[in-house]
Design a binder for this molecule. Structure first.
Ligand SMILES: CC(C)(COP(=O)(O)OP(=O)(O)OC[C@H]1O[C@@H](n2cnc3c(N)ncnc32)[C@H](O)[C@@H]1OP(=O)(O)O)[C@@H](O)C(=O)NCCC(=O)NCCS
Length: 184
């Protein structure tokens, strides 16, 4: 099943309206069915496996994973994760994962805000001074996501990566990192 990458529009559309008073919350177990639906809409598949995975992730607790959600007028419109991984052949550490914004809420600043929020969350951890890098990976086809992260300081460190359970569709997987050095 082909994932949906958004159309790449480098210049911000003139009719893009930023969300005012955006609020980002920690997801609770009760939010996970709506999150699974959001992911399934993007991936055009069944939410059940997403729900199972999300429950397992949230069950591991904040030393392994934190899930964030955004609601606009009561409706869940975005989600993102930050999670600690030990993928084979990739650096062990914290990864930004799972960013999805509902189609009709894109280009309103939510993706950037929820990504900055995850950075703040990491910085506020008591063990932050021991975290040198934050990682993120994307398909080479996902130019919108790559631009979003590049603007926050992520730079490419490896191409043609493999991540268990992740396909990069017609593109290749690219690993990025953001040096933290305890100063960000
Ligand atoms: C990629 C995605 C997360 C961006 O979220 P968003 O809330 O629309 O992004 P923002 O409004 O915060 O935009 C921040 C920056 O990202 C880049 N960007 C976002 N959408 C873009 C697009 N369609 N084309 C080009 N650049 C884009 C721009 O640099 C933008 O800054 P600007 O609007 O000032 O030009 C969203 O389109 C999405 O959910 N896509 C499908 C799921 C996905 O690909 N997730 C990433 C997995 S790695």
């Amino acid at each position: 099943m082909t994932k949906k990458f958004v159309r790449y529009i480098p210049d911000r559309p003139v009719d893009a309206v930023p969300v005012v008073g955006l609020k980002i919350d920690d997801a609770t177990c009760g939010d996970l069915p709506a999150v699974a639906d959001l992911i399934a809409q993007r991936e055009r598949n069944d939410p059940a496996s997403h729900l199972q995975y999300l429950k397992a992730q949230i069950g591991e607790g904040p030393d392994s994973c934190q899930i964030f959600i955004v609601r606009v007028e009561q409706e869940l419109v975005a989600y993102a994760r930050i999670s600690r991984h030990h993928y084979p052949d990739l650096p062990a550490g914290w990864y930004l994962t799972g960013l999805v914004i509902a189609d009709d809420q894109q280009r309103r600043g939510i993706g950037r805000a929820v990504t900055e929020h995850r950075l703040h969350w990491l910085r506020s951890r008591s063990d932050f001074d021991q975290i040198d890098q934050l990682y993120y990976f994307a398909s080479s086809r996902n130019d919108a996501s790559r631009d979003l992260h590049a603007r926050l300081g992520f730079t490419e460190i490896e191409r043609n990566i493999s991540v268990p359970g992740c396909t990069f569709e017609d593109g290749i997987g690219i690993l990025y990192s953001l040096p933290l050095n305890g100063r960000h």
